[in-house]
Design a protein around this ligand. Structure first.
Ligand SMILES: NC(=O)c1ccc[n+]([C@@H]2O[C@H](COP(=O)([O-])OP(=O)(O)OC[C@H]3O[C@@H](n4cnc5c(N)ncnc54)[C@H](OP(=O)(O)O)[C@@H]3O)[C@@H](O)[C@H]2O)c1
Length: 227
């Protein structure tokens, strides 16, 4: 299995849990020397996920791909989601691999498909989509089009705000599930569970951690500072 974005906080947890399940893992990162885990079943691949040669070689060596690649909010154009997705899809088609899981965000879910969200979020979500989050969300949307337009066995996973609190078990459903946060541990567990699960094949799945108590401002501050 290949993990793109392996050195991010969700990527590291995905790699660790995969090793715990006895899987063989290839972890792609631009900073291989900074990757914290060493293991006999782990191959840390140094390279950029927008480099066709890097992606082709990495995909050729694996049987499934999980992408937790991410970019910070910025006013500048973002293309890492869609460019890496295009390369991964064509490399998987070339090498005959089928299973692809990609992570985007509930930020893409239209407000009228979100049940039971507070009035403030109902007002703020479209604002975030159009202002500070625009370039990232636009590129996530392009990534979703590339992935869902492919003939692969894809699943698009949309989490809400991610946190570093310990995972306590996720809830998931097609398109939308209540809950404003998801522990990265739980996101990683869902991604790995989906490797052998056909429930969300060629579907968009929402995931959250029920009952997660989060101090909103502290979480936002930590997410901004981690960049
Ligand atoms: N943070 C949230 O609250 C939130 C909410 C909803 C959805 N999401 C999405 O969930 C996913 C995981 O988020 P996260 O916060 O755990 O991780 P993240 O901080 O977004 O990190 C993702 C990793 O992607 C890697 N990356 C970026 N550009 C790359 C490139 N060109 N080539 C190779 N690797 C590249 C970086 O690792 P290297 O620098 O080591 O290469 C980075 O550590 C992302 O898709 C994010 O957009 C996040």
């Amino acid at each position: 299995m290949l993990v793109l974005g392996a050195n991010g906080p969700s990527g590291r947890r995905t790699v660790q849990q995969a090793l715990g399940r006895g899987l063989r893992v290839d972890a792609l990162t631009r900073r291989p020397q900074g990757f914290p885990t060493r293991h006999e079943r782990l191959h840390v691949v140094g390279g950029d996920a927008t480099d066709p040669g890097v992606v082709d070689a990495a995909v050729a060596a694996c049987d499934a791909v999980i992408s937790v690649i991410g970019a910070p909010f910025t006013r500048h154009p973002v293309d890492v989601y869609s460019t890496s997705a295009r390369l991964v899809v064509s490399a998987m088609q070339r090498h005959g691999q089928r299973r692809l899981l990609t992570v985007t965000s509930t930020g893409l879910t239209p407000v009228d498909q979100r049940h039971d969200i507070p009035v403030l979020e109902r007002l703020l979500a479209p604002l975030a989509r159009r202002t500070f989050g625009r370039s990232v969300y636009d590129d996530m949307e392009r990534m979703e089009s590339v992935v869902s337009g492919s003939d692969l066995d894809w699943t698009i996973v949309r989490p809400p705000g991610l946190t570093d609190e310990p995972g306590t078990g996720y809830q998931s459903a097609e398109n939308w599930v209540d809950g404003g946060y998801c522990a990265r541990d739980d996101l990683a567990t869902l991604l790995l569970d989906q490797l052998d699960d056909t429930r969300y094949l060629r579907k968009v799945v929402a995931v959250s951690t029920p009952g997660l108590q989060v101090r909103t401002w502290q979480t936002i501050r930590r997410e901004l500072l981690k960049r």
